[in-house]
Design a protein around this ligand. Structure first.
Ligand SMILES: *[C@@H]1O[C@H](CO)[C@@H](O)[C@H](O)[C@H]1NC(C)=O
Ligand SMILES: *[C@@H]1O[C@H](CO)[C@@H](O)[C@H](O)[C@H]1NC(C)=O
Length: 461
């Protein structure tokens, strides 16, 4: 009897000891002492987490660079599929902590298979994320998490932050449930659960950043966050997006691109206008809107108004529906519907993409917003390069980014897009007006936005 009791006590206490030993270490503030060259202030340590490709998460990279530039220490945690910004990899105070990629077998677009593989993928992510946040990295003062994806990031981040005494900050780019509802429909139980989950775990954060005022309003009114500060931190372009003012430099760059069929002479005489769009070729961006509009333009330019210039449309980006649309484009071209339009696709380096935006005449955004309150980063980059934009505008936050008729124009159908194209390309002074507006917009940069808002909150500025 006693022996059994002793053995039970032994096992219970061993398990408890193991559990305590296995708990992640806690964050303890350390001061940089004056005599060792410090300023007596605490060194700010921040972990930045994105459950996606770090290289394709520009905003999280800008956060990292801003923190490090102001003397903070950063761990940036995420998948390493493409190369991060060179300054990130070379900065001595930023460490890239790669998450293990999930097994290829769990990837699917099939709705039914997704329901089975989804949970398996989540299980794998939970484990690798937990190990990374709780053990592979040192405890930090702040954990800045990108949302979405929210599952399982928000839950794990909340628990780890509780155990490690780390302050959780959520950087809201959009809502996870609204993106999921694109795939599954509004009333699907998973969408309902996902909304509840997002609302529940956002309560654990000590502060929130949002990309638009409209999103800030939803967090306040709908998510009922009352205590933690909610700060709007608009996206701004990185420094490599800048206007190219020299006309010769622009034509030279365009002529040097191997994707561009037009000759330097054509570009210089203005017989061809360069239109740029970048897309992720996913179902939430209906690319046929642009194809239809370009066909309509070609029709008008060959019949009603033959003075209209040709269009060279350069489309950048990779994604699942690319092949499908390329087939569609070549079918239309063969049917003679794209006589005055040449559509090319390209995959450019970050710097060449920035130069392309600086050299083109007009940018097109087909981004449709799942929540209505997020904004396309590509339009921000286009403005950075001083490029006027026409974009899909049927969502709430659009006017927060684009001032109608000043730096861009909105459309809600391919007919509307086509009429903007004929109008702007048919009258140089109208296009020039928009370009002036976009170039004014290009003066607004990330540091001006970040330093007084995020920098102050984190205590680095
Ligand atoms: C990294 O942090 C240390 C200590 O705060 C600082 O002295 C150093 O200048 C930082 N390095 C860079 C490249 O900013
Ligand atoms: C071009 O647009 C300007 C307004 O920006 C207008 O004043 C002018 O009449 C237009 N020119 C033609 C030929 O339509």
């Amino acid at each position: 009897m006693i022996e059994t009791a002793i053995s039970i006590a032994f096992w219970v206490s061993s398990c408890l000891t193991l559990l305590i030993i296995a708990l992640p270490s806690q964050y303890i503030p350390r001061r940089v002492r004056q005599e060792t060259g410090g300023n007596g202030k605490e060194k700010v340590t921040v972990q930045i987490l994105v459950l996606g490709d770090i290289g394709r998460s520009p905003r999280m990279q800008y956060h990292a660079l801003s923190i490090a530039r102001h003397g903070g220490q950063v761990d940036i945690i995420g998948y390493q599929e493409s190369d991060p910004h060179p300054e990130i990899t070379s900065h001595s105070n930023i460490t890239v902590v790669p998450l293990p990629p999930h097994p290829a077998i769990l990837q699917t677009n099939n709705k039914i298979v997704f329901l089975v593989f989804g949970p398996l993928k989540v299980l794998f992510q939970i484990l690798s994320l937990w190990i990374c946040l709780a053990y592979r990295t040192k405890p930090a003062k702040y954990l800045l998490v990108q949302n979405p994806p929210s599952i399982p990031t928000l839950a794990i981040a909340s628990v780890v932050c509780f155990l490690r005494q780390t302050r959780l900050i959520i950087d809201w780019h959009n809502f996870g449930y609204s993106i999921l509802s694109l795939k599954l429909g509004n009333r699907h139980p998973l969408v309902v659960i996902s909304k509840w989950y997002e609302k529940f775990f956002c309560g654990w954060a000590t502060a929130h950043f949002c990309v638009t005022n409209a999103m800030t309003r939803i967090l306040k009114d709908d998510f009922q966050i009352t205590k933690a500060p909610i700060l709007t931190l608009h996206d701004r372009p990185a420094s490599h997006f800048k206007p190219i003012l020299d006309e010769e430099e622009r034509t030279q760059f365009l002529a040097s691109l191997k994707e561009v069929a037009a000759t330097e002479a054509e570009l210089a005489t203005g017989d061809v206008r360069v239109l740029v769009s970048s897309t992720s070729w996913t179902p939430d961006e209906d690319f046929s809107v642009l194809i239809d509009a370009l066909c309509r333009y070609s029709e008008i330019a060959t019949t009603e108004n033959t003075a209209l210039p040709s269009i060279l449309a350069i489309i950048t980006g990779k994604g699942p529906q690319k092949e499908m649309y390329l087939n569609e484009i070549s079918a239309r071209a063969q049917a003679g519907k794209l006589e005055k339009v040449d559509i090319r696709t390209a995959w450019l380096s970050t710097l060449d993409y920035a130069k392309l935006l600086g050299s083109a005449s007009l940018g097109v955004s087909l981004h449709t917003s799942s929540s209505g309150v997020d904004l396309p980063m590509k339009v921000v980059d286009m403005f950075g390069a001083g490029l006027p934009v026409v974009g899909w505008n049927r969502f709430e936050a659009w006017p927060e980014l684009v001032t109608e008729g000043v730096n861009g124009r909105g459309f809600g159908s391919s007919e509307e897009l086509a009429s903007h194209l004929t109008d702007l390309f048919g009258n140089l002074s109208k296009l020039e007006n928009l370009r002036n507006g976009a170039q004014k917009e290009s003066l607004r940069r990330w540091d001006q936005e970040w330093d007084p808002i995020a920098g102050r909150l984190l205590g680095v500025t």
